[in-house]
Design a protein around this ligand. Structure first.
Ligand SMILES: [Zn+2]
Length: 198
């Protein structure tokens, strides 16, 4: 027997999340139907439809923010000569909460696939280079300790090499194969202060 169409539609939506398979998606929808009242379902639907209007991307650092001016780019206490390059907005928020990084950010959007350099387009290299040209003296790559993170750091180092910058990468404390968002605050703090030059 097939599931009702409306059920099936929602299952397909959940199934789009990375790491959420078909079975988990079905479980989520069953859970919603059996435990959520209509008010909770309404709230969920409102939260979803408000996501696009309520979240924008900063045209300079590409972090997901609520409104312009961007709180990360417009903070005058930040050192505008220091740029931290991260894979996603989530990393910007994680690093910012440590209060240990005094500079500005750039979000790549994705990491490079080491085999075919897929992902270069989504990084918007022209924008990154423009940022770097606007007075940046040091770039820190805060990328995952993974094949993709290594490939991305190597690619960016080559691309930015002609600009004679100081370039460094987080290393100490971030275990190999670990995504930045699973790293606790203390580890991230140590990694930020223990970065090594490229
Ligand atoms: Zn910004």
């Amino acid at each position: 027997m097939k599931y009702p169409l409306a059920f099936e539609r929602l299952v397909s939506c959940f199934n789009r999340f990375q790491g959420i398979g078909r079975k988990t998606s079905e479980r989520l929808v069953f859970d919603m139907l059996s435990r959520w009242d209509s008010e909770a379902i309404e709230e969920f639907s409102h939260a979803l439809s408000g996501l696009r209007q309520g979240v924008m991307t900063c045209p300079e650092c590409r972090t997901h923010i609520e409104t312009l001016p961007c709180p990360f780019c417009s903070d005058e206490r930040k050192n505008a000569k220091l740029l931290c390059v991260v894979a996603s907005s989530k990393d910007v928020y994680a690093i910012d909460t440590t209060n240990l990084f005094p500079g500005t950010f750039y979000v790549l959007g994705s990491l490079l696939s080491p085999l075919d350099e897929r992902g270069v387009d989504s990084m918007d290299m022209p924008l990154l280079k423009k940022r770097v040209h606007s007075g940046i003296e040091e770039v820190i790559f805060a990328l995952d300790s993974s094949l993709e993170g290594d490939a991305t750091a190597a690619y960016l180092r080559n691309e930015l090499a002609p600009l004679s910058l100081k370039m460094s990468r987080l290393a100490t404390g971030v275990p190999v194969g670990t995504s930045l968002d699973f790293v606790d605050r203390g580890t991230l703090s140590r990694a930020l202060s223990g970065r090594y030059q490229l």
